[in-house]
Design a protein around this ligand. Structure first.
Ligand SMILES: [Cu+2]
Length: 156
């Protein structure tokens, strides 16, 4: 009888763990991309949108990529007329909301990159959270250099 009770408790604990792990499915990542690097650079920035479709608040605690041994969340901040980047320890995605990482705003900074990044390449990344599990997604390498139109602004 006692044995059965312990078994039931263990089983219940496992069911609860599974239920929590399933919350990870409530996070979705869209429009993930990494900027190509200018020649000689070993760091670049990544951007994406994270939507929390679950009921729990999710805090993004870290990002991973096989391209980089050091990744940080950064935000841009105006201070004394200067645009500065500042590391952010964690990013909160409240239930039902989408947090957008975009150029000039919140972004993912990837350091120590050895590989050449070619536009069109796809690389897998992961985001880890405090209580919503982790999520893997594909990020596309994109060139953000605007193609300047020839003779732009030179009308005769
Ligand atoms: Cu940065």
């Amino acid at each position: 009888m006692k044995k059965l009770l312990i078994f039931t408790l263990l089983f219940t604990a496992q069911a609860v763990t599974l239920a929590v792990a399933e919350q990870a499915a409530d996070l979705s990542v869209t429009n993930a991309y990494i900027r190509t690097m200018p020649p000689g650079q070993t760091k670049t920035a990544g951007f994406l949108s994270v939507t929390n479709n679950g009921a729990l608040s999710c805090q993004l605690t870290s990002a991973k990529s096989s391209l980089s041994s050091r990744i940080e969340f950064h935000e841009h901040q105006h201070s004394q007329g200067m645009m500065r980047m500042r590391p952010v320890a964690a990013v909160v995605v409240p239930p039902g909301e989408t947090v957008v990482f975009a150029p000039g705003a919140l972004h993912i900074m990837l350091f120590n990159i050895d590989a050449a990044l070619e536009a069109g390449d796809i690389t897998q990344m992961q985001l880890a959270t405090d209580q919503c599990g982790s999520i893997s997604f594909d990020a596309e390498v994109r060139s953000l250099v605007k193609k300047s139109k020839p003779m732009d602004g030179m009308h005769h």
